[in-house]
Design a protein around this ligand. Structure first.
Ligand code: PMT
Length: 223
């Protein structure tokens, strides 16, 4: 599937895994993500000679060889860690970043009150790492997003490609077996700002990482 184009001399920042947004010291809101997709991309990029920084949310995966790993927990921490890595040639946002976080995390465990049937949380939007990277004064030459969708995959992915001003977006279906989060395999529908599109897979995430990096290398050669 892959031609293994070299990425030697490039600095590539990859985000992976979920973020956890604390409600109190024992509870959080988070997205489902094992980190496998992002870690595979980081590993494959390092094998091709890139200098790779992997900003990882809370996952239990070993650090890929030759990769510098920065562990974070929340969307705010991931935002800060990713932007601190600029300048870079490429950013790949494979992390499942929480879109909302509790407005007022409690300092101690929230206790259930007698007769209480509901609990209302006020959530606030997190900052969009991908959009901020793409509109940054030190914008990487190539900004690659992911889109995790349960339906209308192409329309939503193309919307994110345009709204966030990305060069490429890799859309995957979530909520079905054999693709998306946690599974070892995936299918990526990749859409480019140029209008090109390509389906990668179904295949193991390790293979898809290489196929996606071939598209990255092709796009960079056209820039
Ligand atoms: O980790 P795995 O178990 O292997 O699963 C892989 C995956 C399904 C998590 C991965 O392939 C994937 O789709 N990652 C993106 C998940 C996601 O949050 O998608 P989204 O459509 O909600 O977000 C769109 C893009 O914006 C993503 O690149 C995301 O990283 C980025 N984003 C979102 C919110 C935010 N506050 N900041 C961001 O940068």
């Amino acid at each position: 599937m892959s031609t293994h184009a070299t990425l030697s001399g490039l600095r590539i920042v990859v985000s992976a895994g979920p973020t956890y947004e604390d409600i109190d010291p024992v509870r959080f809101i988070g997205n489902r993500s094992s980190g496998k997709m992002g870690f595979a991309i980081a590993q494959a990029a390092a094998r091709r000679g890139a200098q790779v920084v992997l900003v990882a949310g809370p996952v239990s995966l070993p650090t890929p060889d030759g990769v510098q790993r920065l562990d974070v927990r929340s969307a705010a921490q991931m935002h800060e860690a990713v932007l601190a890595q600029l300048p870079a040639d490429v950013y790949v946002g494979a992390a499942a970043v929480a879109d909302f976080a509790p407005a007022h995390p409690a300092g101690s465990k929230i206790k259930k009150q007698a007769g209480q049937d509901t609990l209302t949380l006020t959530l606030v939007r997190t900052r969009d790492i991908l959009a901020d990277i793409a509109s940054h004064a030190q914008r990487p030459r190539l900004v690659v997003g992911f889109a995790a969708e349960t339906d209308h995959v192409e329309a939503y992915a193309r919307g994110k490609l345009e709204n966030k001003r990305l060069d490429l977006i890799a859309a995957n279906r979530v909520g079905v077996a054999g693709s998306g989060f946690e599974s070892d395999d995936n299918t990526l529908n990749v859409y480019a700002a140029t209008g090109d599109s390509k389906v990668l897979g179904p295949a193991p995430k390790t293979e898809l990482a290489d196929a996606l990096l071939d598209l990255v290398a092709q796009s960079l050669s056209r820039h």
